[in-house]
Ligand binder design. Sequence first.
Ligand code: ZN
Length: 351
Amino acid sequence: MGQARTISRGGVRLIFLSASVIALAVASLACSRQKANDSAAAAEKSASPEAKDATVTALPDSGPLPGINAGRAFQYAREVTAFGPRPIGSANHRKLEDYIYAHLKGDEVVDDVFMADTPEGKLRARNIIAKYPGNRDGIIVIAGHYDTPYFLRNTSFAGANDGGSSTGLLLEFASQLRGKKRDGYSVWLVWTDAEEAVRQWSATDSLYGTRQLAEQWQKDGTLGKIKSYLLVDMIGDADLNIERDQNSTPWLLDLVFQAASRYGYQSHFFSRTTAVEDDHLPFVRKGVPSADIIDLDYGYGNAFHHTTQDTMDKLSAKSFQIVGDTVLETVRMLDALPKLPPTQPAPAVNP
Ligand SMILES: [Zn+2]
């Protein structure tokens, strides 16, 4: 996620304001952000009233709640972070690709290698998709990016929270899903690549991996099978405050909150509302119900974001526990619902 840094750097503390004030404040922000918000809003408008106004009530809590091994997730994040800066096209990035693959041995893995057309020229990038089949027709995607910003390639940027936490948590999800028969939708884990800007965050310089993947999945018909797209980003902060993201699908956020509440985690969710540009946008724009689970208050005023201060000592295994459990319970609740609001056909807007 890149854009919110600009907000905090500018000293505008949007996130504590009410939604109506945010709407006014957002209008005064950088063009790129406003444009993105407009197209997300356009996508929402083009959705049918059924989807827009949908509310989803989870079935009564039944059975034991899922729980991740947070210590293991944290250790994965630590190992990922130890590679150092991991921008697309770098040797460290290659090493991390190999690391992720090594941890998916025996799983069904699909490789999505592509050339990202960036302001620095064409750079090789690779989304990694691991598939865990279920007995219900449809797919739930859990995604998180593993790259670090190209523009920070010559710094000691470690990306413990930004890149490291999502990569580690997804590896833990793989450990949880592996070798079990899923009584529900198929779950696809996606380590997205080239989420970060190469030079400076804009609609065309960001989200290379998910823009490519959403396009490809639209062409091959996968998109219509995706019941929900759950994105995790910057979830390791010891002081965990997940935003309520205005670009996400409201009914899916409500379900995430219900899932968190089942563990007593709700105080870490949605005390603030903001609009986030992240790896869910290419899917939001194509009508896929999506939720970005992200904490954009990383250090006072988000001061650690995209700085060399983004290191493991700022993170806590407890935060991995909270988000990991909540995501798995959200999946279980989606599995149990008799009917979900439909994925909408792609609206006629540019990605
Ligand atoms: Zn970032």
